[in-house]
Design a protein around this ligand. Structure first.
Ligand code: FBP
Length: 341
């Protein structure tokens, strides 16, 4: 007989531990019971994220029918060519999250500046997100995803935008929605990682796996090896070592999809600094930090070079960072090769 926060659930007839009757909404409400006196605004925010995911998933499924594929001709602050669906996904999240009273500030990969919604004291949260990670792969029907990070708002921050610039260790929740063969919602609120799948027949995200544990080791690395000669020597040493130790490689080119595979099957994802991106390509605040929180909550590790990634003290909203994350044993192998003089 399973219980989720004192909510007793009848065991499913097929003997599996997960009752397949718990939706993301019921899970969020059960979680809220952990916090007597909770205002409920956190649950409202996650409900807005769920709604956004369903809208974006349906747009992506119909993208070629509705002719919303391709670039719109402008670039975001990071120099990425904005896809039509980047803009659609961004507007969907801004509208759904913007309507939630508990949100003080929003920040998106697609907006140069943060959006200051409410400055009153009792607006507890800031949310940062990448509306559609890997969007340059959309035309090829490759999995893409939305990544989000939730922080407590610091009303004393001056200027108020500085409330967003908190290290990854300060995240109260993080998650991603993967739009692939199925639409997946992966969430941590700091108590392990849970896995929900959208059941299109009922239009709800169903809990399919609780407290996911990343495999400790798996001989698979994920990196754009075409840039190998532009990587610092330590990364090249690691790749030489991996080649002579029977490693395989998998690289989708959508970080959220690569990290999801690693969460399920193990391995290590790397985006090292390169000659043209000496600080790395991946954005710290709304790509690396939320995925690193999820990986760590699942028993993995995350580094920026030899520094624990979540401890980076951010200085800019769209700053980039080198990334090494995944199975603890595999991350240790990479960091060891970086530390060799
Ligand atoms: P955006 O698509 O959000 O700009 O993210 C960057 C990204 O697409 C990652 O998802 C992916 O891991 C990386 O860039 C791929 O970069 P590259 O083409 O240089 O290998």
């Amino acid at each position: 007989m399973a219980t989720i926060n004192k909510v007793t659930i009848m065991p499913p007839s097929d003997g599996s531990q997960i009752d397949k009757l718990t939706t993301l909404e019921t899970y969020i409400l059960a979680e809220e019971q952990r916090y007597p006196g909770a205002s409920g605004s956190f649950s409202w925010i996650l409900a807005a994220m769920t709604l956004s995911a369903k809208i974006i998933a349906s747009k992506i499924r119909r993208a070629r029918i509705e002719d919303v594929l391709g670039a719109i001709g402008s670039q975001n602050i990071s120099g990425d060519h904005q896809q039509k669906l980047d803009v659609i996904a961004n507007e969907t999240l801004l509208r759904c999250l913007g309507a939630r009273a508990g949100v003080a500030l929003l920040a998106s990969e697609e907006n140069d500046e943060p959006i200051i919604l409410r400055t009153e004291e009792d607006r507890p949260y800031c949310i940062l997100f990448d509306p559609l990670d890997g969007s340059s792969n959309l035309d090829a029907c490759v999995s893409v995803g939305t990544i989000f990070s939730i922080l407590r708002h610091n009303p004393d921050a001056d200027p108020i935008e500085r409330s967003l610039l908190q290290p990854g260790t300060k995240q109260v929740a993080a998650g991603y929605m993967l739009y692939g063969s199925s639409c997946v919602f992966v969430l941590t609120t700091g108590h392990g990682v849970n896995f929900f799948v959208l059941d299109p027949t009922v239009g709800a995200f169903m809990l399919v796996q609780q407290d996911i544990r990343i495999p400790d080791a798996a001989p698979t690395y994920s990196v754009n090896e075409a840039y190998r000669d532009r990587f610092p020597a330590g990364y090249q040493r690691y790749l030489d070592w991996a080649h002579t130790n029977g490693y395989s490689t998998r690289y989708i080119g959508s970080m959220v999809a690569d990290v999801h595979r690693i969460l399920v099957k193990g391995g290590v994802f790397l985006y090292p600094p390169t000659a043209d991106h000496p600080e790395g390509k991946i954005r710290l605040m709304y790509e690396a930090n939320p995925l690193a929180m999820i990986v760590k909550q699942a028993g993995g590790k995350a580094y920026a070079g030899t520094q624990p990634l979540l401890e980076i003290d951010p200085h800019a909203l769209h700053q980039r960072t080198p990334v090494i994350m995944g199975s603890p044993v595999e991350v240790d192998h990479v960091v060891k090769h970086l530390s060799v003089e």
